[in-house]
Design a protein around this ligand. Structure first.
Ligand SMILES: Nc1nc2c(ncn2[C@@H]2O[C@H](COP(=O)(O)OP(=O)(O)O)[C@@H](O)[C@H]2O)c(=O)[nH]1
Ligand SMILES: [Mg+2]
Length: 388
């Protein structure tokens, strides 16, 4: 938390958003700017008026990427008149979404928000947005696509691109993009705890995507608004930003799959399957045990192998909260996989009775067919993705 009203940040100094706010600041609103010198003064004055009129304790944080039109300087002069205004001049880095994260990292409010610096987002909506937070709702998005909202002057091309981008987002990240009507919105508020200590790595323009995908949001609420005409200057959206968006979507899609613990989890599952099959082959074919006993024993060997490796390898880096917790987790895996094993025995016997297939073939079909179910169930009990 910084107290100075003007800060100069050099390079890509990424600071974490910490889980600590000042009790006297309800809202920290970031205003990312690039060449908005003509728009920034009326917007800041309006924001200050709306928030003080409603007695909302707040801070306004302009994050300017060293604009050639000296937006940061205009904003800096305003700090004399507006006591709740802070200005961050970023030198040597650019990008709307990273500017927002930079602003939040310097913020002290319980709720963190973002609003465009060109007057296209109506400031008078802020008290309504804030009033939506409750015990469940921890993200509030201003949406152009709810009844009562809209977009005034977009060309057919931009409307088409926006709809296409949204559809692609729903396709690739249904759980994230699909939970709001306006995932492209640049006007939203979030409870600090949703993104505190999260490793936010946004690309390009779409900071809301990053918050919904990597944050720990419980429930999102939306509020309609009408996207205003730009007061002055022009949009900074370029073709490259559509590519950035695609890159961002793909990164959010792929990152959880690359997670080391997940790869190890499925590695263990696969090894357990091979061990189960080899052990079965040895006692059934080699030692001549009967089918059910062989399948039961080899299945249990596979389960014990899984449990041991999950604890010693897959989740070895995870701080084990306490012994009881760890024990409960591993018993959970034993029960889940044990139930699948019993189901497998029933299936094997049924198939042997009703088909002409050989015992070994039946065993392999059932083993391979039921393993994914067992391990997905086991993963529910042991593997918790970071999100929720
Ligand atoms: N700090 C910062 N702000 C940016 C950057 N690009 C755009 N903005 C600001 O982000 C807000 C939205 O940008 P705008 O170009 O109006 O997007 P549009 O409304 O979707 O056309 C405006 O306040 C811009 O000044 C950037 O690279 N860095
Ligand atoms: Mg704009």
């Amino acid at each position: 938390m910084d107290t100075e009203s003007f800060i100069c940040v050099e390079g890509n100094s990424s600071k974490q958003i910490i889980d600590d706010s000042r009790p006297d600041t309800t809202l920290s609103l970031v205003i990312p700017t690039f060449n908005e010198a003509e728009n920034i003064t009326p917007l800041i004055q309006q924001l200050y008026f709306v928030l003080t009129e409603k007695n909302i304790s707040h801070e306004l944080i302009v994050v300017d990427d060293d604009s050639p039109d000296k937006t940061w300087e205009v904003a800096k002069e305003l700090t004399v008149e507006i006591p709740s205004l802070k200005v961050i001049r970023r030198i040597g880095s650019s990008g709307l979404a990273t500017a927002v994260v930079c602003g939040w990292a310097h913020a002290s409010g319980r709720f963190l928000g973002v609003i465009d610096g060109d007057g296209q987002h109506p400031p008078e909506l802020l008290p309504d947005l804030l009033s939506k937070f409750d015990e469940e709702i921890d993200v509030v998005v201003a949406s152009r696509h709810l009844p009562g909202g809209g977009v005034p002057n977009w060309s057919k091309m931009r409307q088409l691109l926006s709809k296409g981008a949204q559809a692609l987002g729903v396709l690739l990240l249904p759980g994230t993009v699909g939970q709001v009507t306006d995932p492209m919105s640049g006007y939203f508020l979030v409870d600090r705890k949703v993104i505190a200590n999260c490793d936010l790595q946004p690309v390009g323009y779409k900071i809301l995507l990053e918050v919904l995908a990597r944050g720990n949001a419980n429930k999102v609420a939306e509020f309609p608004y009408y996207f205003q005409l730009r007061e002055s200057g022009s949009s900074k959206v370029r073709a490259i930003h559509y590519l950035d968006y695609l890159r961002h979507l793909l990164r959010l899609r792929v990152d959880p799959l690359r997670s080391q613990a997940l790869v190890r989890y499925f590695g263990v599952s696969f090894m357990a399957l091979v061990i189960d099959a080899v052990f079965f082959f040895w006692i059934f074919d080699g030692l001549g045990w009967n089918l059910t006993r062989s399948a039961l024993l080899s299945g249990e060997v596979g389960i014990l192998f899984t449990i041991l490796l999950l604890d010693l390898w897959t989740f070895a880096g995870r701080p084990s909260r306490n012994f009881i917790d760890r024990f409960r987790r591993l018993v959970g895996v034993q029960i889940a996989l044990g139930v699948i094993l019993l189901g497998r025995l029933v299936l094997i016997n049924a198939l042997i009775t009703w088909s002409n297939l050989e015992a070994l073939t039946v065993f392999l079909i059932v083993l391979i067919g039921t393993s994914p179910v067992g391990h997905l169930l086991g993963s529910r009990l042991t593997w918790r993705p970071a999100r929720r």
